[in-house]
Design a protein around this ligand. Sequence first.
Ligand code: PLP
Length: 420
Amino acid sequence: MNEQTVAIHAGYEKDTQATMAVPIYQTTAYQFRDTTYAGDLFELKELGNIYTRLMNPTTDVFEKRFALLEEGEAGVATASGMSAIFYAIANVAEAGDNIIVAKQVYGGTTTLTAHTIKRFGIESRYFDVNNPSEIEPLIDEKTKLILFESITNPSIDVADFEQMTKIADRHSILTCVDNTVATPILCKPLTLGCDIVVHSASKYTTGQGLALGGMIVERKDIKSKIKGNPRYSHFNEPDITYHGLIYTDLELPPFTLRVRLSLLRDLGATPSPFNSWLYIQGLETLPLRMVQHSKSALEIAKFLETHPKVKSVNYAGLKSNRNYHLAQKYFPKGQSGLLSFELESLEEAQRVADSTKIFSLVVNIGDSKSIITHPASTTHQQLSPKELEEAGVPAGLIRLSVGLEDTQDLIADLREALGE
Ligand code: PLP
């Protein structure tokens, strides 16, 4: 099946009611046929529904469909993008371990990695996504993950997958890519040698800013990298909380299985079935929307580039952008709807962000409705001046999430707000 067909049909087998739309299985729990069957489910001798904190038939369709779009092996949905990122880290790292993180990541990922997991004893070491050679000197035997974004938010840099995966593979370390901005439509990191993909489904997946959600997808045969690898003892030694189960001994995708059986079980950041249903509706039109978001963003980036008040524009689809060639290589269908541009000062950026009429002042991305954000006073407000600089967020930076309105109307709105 081709991508657009996968987005509409994959993962859904019509049941006896033969409903065209995927049903919302709004339930907390499931009746067991008998105690033997219940025991078999708990022992994983059979796979089936136990409790919605672990699995749900509506969420299952979302997970299967998303994993197929990413060309991965299996997916597990979470209640938010942040919980997906946290679970991806917590699935491999514990106190005393470290992870290597790109400096240019979403502000929440910076606070999670720099502060929150530090309190759990996990250290984060940072590298410049534009300079992957900084990764290798940071690696030691306690390094468990290399985490970066395919298109970074809000600095709009582009990851050099080839360089990163080469280094990671040399040291048998898992790579984890936040693919929220690109979506699986514009980029499939698992086909480029990455091991795990995480998403905020709250963005382009719903496409209309309707619900919070997240997703983790693992690549096919991730087991070959984990099995017998001393970095990943949790996958190779008996799990005492699961009758001594060894994840890499099973014929099941080990990474997402462990997120489900261990982290969803114990921490429970599970999406509601209704929200999973919303993501499924969003996926149906995702391939069409991402092409249009990208086309419109490129036109707007070209307009901003010629505006006298704009110091610089970050959009990898622009020929003048330092990542143009990487973007053509990794995102040939388009470079998504996110762009940022820099104005002279914090005050000027605030004035423009306060003046647009179609672009709404909102801290979100990936909505059909266009959004303008001033990161230094909102999403990145908690970052220190040094962290701001490292995340590529100057005070005069404005981020746009270009929606699906008429492109000329959006340009007129920006022209008026900027003032000529
Ligand atoms: N990753 C990226 C790239 C994001 O932009 C965001 C939110 O803006 C997140 C993760 C966090 O996702 P959520 O808000 O669904 O927790």
